[in-house]
Design a binder for this molecule. Sequence first.
Ligand code: WT7
Length: 656
Amino acid sequence: MNLEKYPPNPEFQNQAHISSENFSHALVETSLRQPESFWKELSKALQWQKPYTTFQKGDGHRAQFFSDGQINVSENCLDRHAERNPNRPAIIWRSEIDTEGHQEKRDLTYRELLVLTCQIANSLKELGVSKGDRVLIYLPMVPELVATMQACARIGAIHTVVFAGFSAQSIVDRLEDSGSKLVVTADGFKRKGKFVFLKREVDEALKLKKTEVKKVIVLQRDSKQKCEMTIDRDLWWKDSVEKQKTFIPAEKTSAEDPLFILYTSGTTGKPKGLFHTHGGYLLWAHWTTRWLFDIKAEDRYWCSADCGWITGHTYIAYGPLSNGSQVFMYEGAPTYPNAAAFYDILEREKISILYTSPTAIRMLMSSEQDLPAKYKFSDLRLLGTVGEPINPEAWRWYRELIGKERCPIVDTYWQTETGGAMIAPFPGTTTLKAGSCTHALPGVDAKILNPSDGKEVARGEKGALVFARPWPSMSRGVWGDPSRFENTYWNVSAELRGYYVTGDLAHQDEDGYFWISGRIDDVMNVAGHRIGSAEVESALVENPHIYEAAVVGAPDPIKGQTLIAFVEITKESHAAIAAGQLTIETLQNQARKTVGEMIGAFAKPSEIRVVKALPKTRSGKIMRRLLREVAVSGNFKGDTTTLEDFSLEQLRGEED
Ligand code: WT7
């Protein structure tokens, strides 16, 4: 097993920031033995408004870092580079190519990005946003998105970015939970050749419920599209931002002041708003970007994630800019109209670092396995992956056909909660194995425990992946619900109390390499999108036909997982079917539509099975393990004698 090993390519190693194995070992060692002096040294890479003296305060879920220091993220990402290298490109932006081959292009230097950020910041201030206020951002992947995030950071406002694929209902949930008083959005954007309307979703959201929102700033992407504006509430970007002064000094912000809230799915209830802070988060974003991507000023770095997810926060908006690098941004689908478009971008835009997801890799693989062999990708020097376990086959294909066997593959394991990468290789020194995220990074005390006794498992055995101590970029909590943070992560059970529990199952091989198998809980991962079963189930029961639902993940060769929903429908719906007034297909389509409306299209189940009865224990608990097994293998071998109304055939969808 695991005989395949890929030592670093000497050419890469020679030019890498970290090129000596002894040094990378020493980094990890020192970080755990002398964390205080370790982070003191590293903190010098950032510009502090006031240096800190206290390294860590409190422990476990209460831990805070650098709390008496002052630092502002935007000053670190923009001002210092704009001063030293004003004309260096900060953002290289391209729109989706249309059918006639047209593409919009914009390159912003550090100076220009700073000006844009300051103008947005001034506009926000003029509209009454001040330090600590929340701003909801619902924008496509345009430079204004990164600039708006930076603008919030600059004035100490807290942004909450909502991925443009989310529905009106999801927007209003986030508006309400975060108490945002301003929304920044756009009329819409082009994706796969079609115009996706964003402002309409915001309008709909604001109709659904009364919120704190007073103003909506609207960026116009296409003047030919209709976009309704509400008087006294909605303002065009060009009227509110473009007239503003081109500078505003960064607000004084404590290292522990919140920077953003980002909503993510858990096992129960609605998505939680995890929040991160200016100091520890930025320090981690800065150093992990440097270590893992070996990033240099001349790199043209492309992370294909959306800023609506944590990857886009840490490794588009903050980490690379803090390092003064050049960030490539693409609006729409880079694989439209076909996979060749993606390869053309890599080649034409001279991308040197590519960071993408296993789903994207498998999608490219499945479209024309050998197509990339026609390209040289001569500027590429490093490849990253994130979001889900990468299967060895996809890993090898990525390395051979995209990386031409010379680029290291950096598989980064982390979560919204961790703020930045936790387990990943150093590209210049780590010997890689196909499908392993390799080793814990400096400052990360990763362990694999047996959940039933809290003891470390033997090498090779699977268990719960945990972190034994807090780290600077960990989330500081669930917005508005402090006990939820403690209970969900730090006090999961008596056995695992005091450990940060990731929710992932993993093992370490004989060489100590980490291998992630996937989630232990009811969180699913579809195409790298994290979806909670409870969320989809409560969306499904909003459909008048459905009164109970259970959703599980089934393996999918490209997306990693797809969702299968088992639903019980009402007596009336059964009667309507029997009377020929309703078909199962109509019901299934309606149910999928409901999920699209309640969450977003990406959360629609691929299959909806109408069942007579969901398998339940005598105490009424739905047997998810059973459903998962049926979804995976069509079978269940466990004991079903204690279940009510059990029928395997009907769960398989074979019996009507
Ligand atoms: C979950 C976190 C971290 C940014 C994107 C996802 C899975 C993430 C890997 C990886 C195996 C991975 C885990 C984790 N995951 N990266 N390299 N190998 N699994 O962030 O939406 O918070 O999801 O994604 O299951 O718990 P997220």
